[in-house]
Structure formats: C-alpha cells, structure tokens
Design a protein around this ligand. Structure first.
Ligand code: ACO
Length: 431
C-alpha cells in the first residue's frame, strides 16, 4: 500500500488513560486517513465500522471520486471528457494499465480482444442446463466461474495480460449468448471485423436470416454507457473482487463474485428496479406524488430507486451525462418513452422536497441508464448484465493493482462478538 505518510500523527486516548499515536496518510487529492494498522497490536483495540462507511480498505491509483463536489476521474481524466471523446476499449486500457494507449497499443489491445472473443464450444452445453426463468446475472456469474476450468494457468504472472483480455472479451460473448438462449434464438458468433461495442450489438440483435446493420448512434451510446459504468473505486462489487482476489483465488472467480455482488437491488440491480418502479407507478395511474409520499413516510419500506448514493451527496456526474444522453438517443431513435417523462417529473419534484434535500438524495447512475437501455432494445433483465460488462475493466484494474502490490494481505476483518459466553452442551433428552 502506498500513500504519503504525513509528518503528523493522530493521538487516540483509551478509557484506561493509555494513548497511542497513529500515523496520518495523505492521498494525492489531499484526502486524509488515520492509519490504524498497528492499533490492535499496540492496544488490543479494533475499530468498528459496519458498512465500511469510514474505512479506507486500500490505497489505490485508479479512480478518484469526490462525492461532495460530484467529481469522478479515471486515472486523473474527468469522466465527462472520457464519455465525450473516448471509447470503451481505450478506457478499459486506461483503467487497467494506468495510461492512455498509443495508437499502436490500442490497435494491439483491440486485436487481442477480437482474438479472444470466442468461448470453448463445450461451454455452449452449459447454457442449456439453465431453466428459461434463469436471471441472466445467474447465468453470467456461473459461466464466468466456468471459464476458470478452461484456463487453469490464470494466476501465472507472465499470462496476466492474456487472461485480462480473455475476461474482457469473453464476458461480452457470454452475455450475448445467454440472451439469445433465453429468447430461444440461435446464438450469433462474434464478427472479427467489428469493434467491442459493435460486436456486442451484433451478437445481441443479429439474426441468421438477415444482415444486421449497426447503428452508429447505438454504438456510440453503448460506448458511453459502458464508459460511465467502468469504475467507481471501492464500491460493493469491486470490494468483493478485491476480497476474493486477496485469498489468491483466480481472476475468473474474483470477477464472478463481483457479478454476484453487483446483482443486488441496492447496487447494480437498481437499474432494473428503476424501470419496474416507473412501470408500477404508470400502471397505478401515474400518481407519482402518492408514491413519493409512501417513500417519505417509509410505507412498505419503499425507496425511490435510482436515487441516493453512499458516496455522492451531490448530483452524480454520471446521471447528469445520462440524462442528456437519454434525450439525444431517444430523439435520434424516434422513441417516445413516457417513462422518460415520468422519470424527469419525479426527479424535478423529488429535488424540491425537503425529505430528499435534507438527506442529500440525488439521481444516481441507475436512474436514467435503464431508460436508455430500454430504448436501445435491451430487455429489462439484461440491464444489470450491461452494468457488469461496463464495470469489468474496473474490477480487473483493481484485481491487477492488488495482486501486483507486494503489501497485499488477505482481506479478513475483525468483529465485536455479542453472542453467548461459554456454556455447556446439553444432551437432546434434557432440552
Ligand atoms: N429513497 C428514499 N430514501 C432513501 C433512499 C432512496 N433511494 N436512499 C436513502 N434513503 C434514506 C434512508 O431511508 C435513510 O433514511 P433515515 O436516515 O431516515 O433512516 C437515509 O436516506 C440514509 O440512507 P442509507 O440507506 O443509510 O444510506 P446508504 O449510504 O447506506 O445507502 C444506497 C446508499 C444503498 C444507494 C441508498 O441510497 C439506496 O438504497 N438507494 C436506492 C437504490 C439505488 O438506487 N442503488 C444504486 C446505487 S448506485 C450503484 O450502486 C450503481
């Protein structure tokens, strides 16, 4: 772990009068942390921080985010610039290797992504083993775990780059194949002439009986959507990837764990929940004020999905870009989606309500992404899979950063035990 050690220390005084000096670590954006790594050894105390609200689990040079100011940068580059000018392959390279690629480097990276886009033909049998009701996230995580069975050398440091491109390329193929299987259509193999996002659209939406022409608008929109999801520092799924990876498990296992963590409705599953929530309000007659009243009064444990964030206490910069994109893309596609109007009305009203203002609840990345994916033709249950494809380079970058850090230790938090004291076993006949 790096990070500059400040000359200053913080002093912690314990109830018995003992005190201990704890070093201060300062990040490159002047973020300050109290380094408690020696605390238990020196005092016997641990820290308690459920939900890790105040715990820096690692130092990292990948993504900087300031939730108060609404800033997000990958390797120093503002998300707004990357979304406007870059593409997903270039951003993946940037996140994983720490620098923008030269033309030669990007061409080679793309060549590798193309070269590794197929999955072993035997794996096609696996898709048939799932019931038609299987959620694509269940299929995706199981298939990514299965990849590790085909590549037992994935922890060989000399083969790191090979497995990184394999993961990036094959996860996209698996996602498209699982969609085709779920709707009973023949799978469509990747086409080498196409780029990352175009190839994915081709595998998702082409049918054998006719030529599929990739819309440049859809391809650009997909690039932007994936860029906006590509990393978000130590979120739930990335922390899961790091945690699994810290045990020495292979990258396929670590990424499969990340996919499962992302699936939850409080994390990446929220994009599906947003659409289902908007549809529910619409089907209920469109009375969103009643819905918002339920949310504010915490009736039925309702939340305004797509609002709120652990770190952003200001407008999520990704949501800002997505809102503008939704208007542009829907207009270009000639799609008139009443759910977009409903979402905008709800946002406008919520941002004026004291409940949301006082709790600093703003739209997050999931509030508008579902509307975009819907307009592009993706079914609702694929939204979280789309998030997973986008977040993949971030997971890989963090996994790589961790395995290359000689200071990495297995992730193993402590706890404060609150159960029974020692007691004696009672035989069944005496209970
Ligand atoms: N709607 C209504 N109230 C909310 C919402 C919401 N979306 N989010 C938070 N609150 C309220 C909580 O009820 C709580 O109120 P209280 O203080 O009266 O108990 C307060 O705001 C703080 O909420 P916590 O859940 O403690 O905040 P936390 O930082 O743990 O949660 C989270 C963040 C999970 C994202 C939360 O805002 C949420 O559930 N949002 C909806 C789901 C969602 O959109 N998730 C996607 C997040 S972005 C991503 O992962 C890609």
């Amino acid at each position: 772990m790096s990070g500059t050690k400040d000359a200053q220390t913080a002093t912690l005084t314990l109830p018995d009068g003992r005190s201990t000096a704890l070093p201060i670590v300062v990040g490159s954006e002047d973020e300050h942390a109290v380094d408690i790594r020696s605390l238990r050894q020196d005092t016997g105390y641990v820290t308690l921080d459920s939900g890790y609200m105040n715990t820096g689990a690692t130092t990292s040079a990948i993504t900087y985010l300031d939730g108060e100011k609404g800033i997000l940068r990958y390797r120093g580059y503002p998300i707004e610039q990357l979304a406007e000018h870059s593409n997903f392959a270039e951003v993946s390279y940037l996140l994983i290797y720490g620098r923008l690629p030269t033309e030669v480097q990007l061409t080679e990276f793309r060549r590798q992504l193309t070269r590794h886009s197929l999955i072993h033909e035997d794996m096609l049998n696996f898709f048939g083993g799932f019931p038609p009701t299987a959620h694509p996230m269940a299929v995706l995580s199981a298939m990514v775990t299965s990849l590790s069975a085909y590549y037992p050398d994935s922890l060989d440091p000399k083969l790191l780059d090979l497995h990184i491109t394999r993961l990036l390329s094959k996860v996209r193929t698996i996602a498209a194949f699982s969609y085709k299987k779920s709707i009973g259509q023949p799978i469509i193999y990747p086409k080498n002439a196409l780029r990352y996002c175009g190839n994915f659209l081709h595998m998702m939406f082409a049918v054998p009986s006719e030529e599929y022409v990739i819309s440049p608008v859809l391809e650009k929109a997909l690039n932007q959507l994936l860029i906006l999801h590509a990393d978000h520092e130590q979120n739930c799924s990335t922390s899961t990837v790091r945690m699994i990876g810290s045990s020495g498990a292979n990258p396929y296992a670590a990424v499969a764990g990340g996919i499962l963590a992302l699936w939850g409705p409080l994390h990446g599953g929220a994009n599906q929940e947003v659409i289902e929530m908007l549809e529910g309000i619409r089907d209920d007659g469109g009375d969103y004020q009643k819905f918002l009243d339920d949310v504010k009064n915490k009736r039925g444990n309702r939340r305004l999905m797509g609002f709120g964030h652990r770190v952003y206490k200001n407008y999520d910069p990704r949501a800002k870009i997505l809102k503008a994109m939704a208007d542009e893309v829907l207009e270009h596609l000639g799609v008139d989606d009443p759910l977009l109007d409903l979402a905008k009305e709800i946002e406008a009203v919520a941002l004026r309500e004291d409940y949301f203002i006082s709790k600093k609840l703003y739209p997050n990345v999931d509030f508008y992404s579902g509307i975009l994916y819907r307009a592009m033709g993706f079914p609702t249950n694929m939204f979280t899979v789309m998030f997973a494809i986008g977040r993949l380079p971030g997971w890989i970058a963090h996994w790589r950063e961790m395995v290359q850090d000689p200071g990495t230790k297995i992730g193993r938090p402590r706890q404060i035990y609150t159960g029974e004291g020692e007691r004696q076993y009672v035989p069944m006949s005496e209970r």
